[in-house]
Write a protein that binds this ligand. Structure first.
Ligand code: DX5
Ligand code: ZN
Length: 226
């Protein structure tokens, strides 16, 4: 069965002075989940926010909180993030020597697991972990900043993981993150992604959150039906 297409607004691009309203607007527009980017200034060259932000999102809406951990040794903080309200923890394959152990740790907390890989990290890092995953995140930019250009060579990576999903019958989501907008969204879906993160294409645009969400969502639906 073809997995449902889900669009995940990334709050990294939101106006933090009006975060509650912006999240409510995204929810009312039909957002399926909320993408929360935690950055430590070490795994990536930027610092964003920590567990308090997950808790704030929980207070602002009932949307599923999809937490993307761009931090070294995520095993140190899984408990804190789950307590703060994460529904999913996506770790980076490059950020720990103990991917399997951390995935088990996340499962023990009763939340969903995700494994992310940077644009040229070998996909074999993910392949071995597939039975333990609810989500594979194929980064389509180098993580750390919003508003970057989509890296075209990542499309073939999405296709490869989609073939694995087909072959194994496993039901993990294939998420893409970085540079997703109206010029790229159809192609990532055609390649096999079903879970799409978009930050600067939804927030901070003059058209407004509702209009931008609906445009991307309708393109996504058309591409998944086509
Ligand atoms: C980048 C983050 C993304 C970011 C995407 O490292 O993981 O989630 O918010 O931003 P856009 O959609 O603007 O590329
Ligand atoms: Zn992200």
């Amino acid at each position: 069965m073809k997995p449902d297409v889900k669009l995940a607004p990334s709050i990294l691009a939101a106006d933090f002075t009006r975060l509650g309203q912006e999240i409510s607007e995204a929810e009312a527009a039909g957002a399926h989940l909320l993408h929360i980017d935690i950055m430590d200034g070490c795994f990536v060259p930027n610092i964003s926010f920590g567990a308090l932000m997950i808790d704030a999102c929980r207070k602002a809406s009932g949307l599923y909180r999809d937490v993307h951990l761009m931090i070294e040794k995520p095993e140190r903080y899984t408990n804190d993030f789950v307590e703060a309200g994460a529904n999913n923890l996506t770790i980076h394959a490059e950020a720990t020597n103990h991917v399997h152990r951390v995935l088990e740790q996340i499962k023990e907390h009763g939340v969903d697991t995700g494994l992310a890989v940077n644009p040229v990290t070998p996909l074999s890092y993910v392949k071995e972990a597939l039975p333990y995953l609810d989500k594979v995140l194929i980064m389509t930019v180098n993580p750390g900043f919003g508003g970057q250009k989509f890296i075209e060579t990542c499309l073939d990576r999405v296709k490869e993981v989609a073939r694995w999903r087909e072959k194994t019958g496993l039901e993990f989501d294939i998420q893409v993150d970085g540079g997703i907008d109206e010029t790229t969204i159809e192609r990532v879906i055609q390649a096999g992604a079903n879970n799409l993160v978009a930050g600067s294409a939804i927030f901070g645009q003059s058209a407004g959150i509702t209009e931008r969400f609906q445009l991307l969502n309708s393109l996504a639906l058309q591409a998944s039906e086509g």
